[in-house]
Design a protein around this ligand. Structure first.
Ligand SMILES: [Zn+2]
Length: 238
């Protein structure tokens, strides 16, 4: 009787221990805690899956045309929302500097005694402003005459939209992003101001006394690439 009792006394606690270990993963309050621990992980899983597509989209970008820096053309509209009917030409410049921005050129132009930035737009090259970033100058916002292309009659300042691409194109050309943004901006201006491809010119072509915008700026190819009205008889020299 005592032998049997002793044996039972050892076996019973062991059975209790075994069943208690087994209970942890099956039923009772502890499993509920574990479930609570795992449930949030399952809930977090879908956002991780949702984050997967963007890297794939970014990976496809190199094969496409560079995307313009500016998100929307609404940023190119003047303060009052109305574009003047004064604009007849688009004059392209380079800054002849390795880096720059609208703010930096504004400072330089004021130092010369001008009222403010002479250009209407500046397109950055990644050094001073974003690569392909279109910066809208205060003159465009106010639809005010430019101070970028002096001629005896001042026609190109009065009626020309001045766009300056940051860079020195006497030694190398603009970046692909600068050209992509310039294309978008020029097509926007041609459309809104009813300017044909013939109205797109450069500082050097107009004044013949500057290399601006440099021999590496591909003006002819750029004009041909535009989705704007082209003259039937070809481009005029000026
Ligand atoms: Zn120039």
């Amino acid at each position: 009787m005592m032998k049997a009792f002793r044996n039972t006394g050892i076996v019973v606690p062991m059975l209790v221990m075994v069943s208690a270990v087994g209970c942890v993963s099956d039923t009772g309050p502890v499993p509920t805690r574990r479930q609570r621990t795992y449930e949030p992980r399952r809930r977090q899983a879908p956002p991780v899956e949702k984050r997967k597509p963007p890297p794939a989209t970014i990976a496809q970008r190199p094969s496409r045309q560079p995307r313009p820096y500016v998100a929307g053309r609404s940023e190119w509209m003047p303060n009052r929302g109305q574009i003047s009917n004064r604009w007849r030409k688009i004059v392209i410049h380079h800054s002849a500097t390795a880096e720059g921005s609208a703010k930096l050129f504004d400072k330089g132009h004021r130092a010369k005694g001008w009222d403010e930035l002479g250009y209407h737009f500046v397109i950055g090259n990644g050094r001073g402003a974003g690569d392909g970033q279109v910066q809208v100058g205060p003159r465009w916002k106010k639809q005010k005459h430019g101070a970028h292309c002096k001629t005896p009659d001042n026609y190109y300042n009065d009626h020309g939209v001045g766009i300056c691409l940051v860079g020195d194109f006497t030694s190398r050309g603009p970046t692909a992003r600068q050209l992509a943004s310039l294309r978008q901006l020029v097509e926007f201006l041609c459309d809104r101001c009813r300017i044909s491809a013939n109205g797109i010119t450069s500082h050097g072509i107009v004044t013949k006394n500057t290399a601006c915008p440099g021999k590496h700026f591909p003006l002819s190819a750029f004009r041909r690439s535009l989705a704007v009205a082209r003259p039937a008889g070809g481009f005029r020299a000026r």
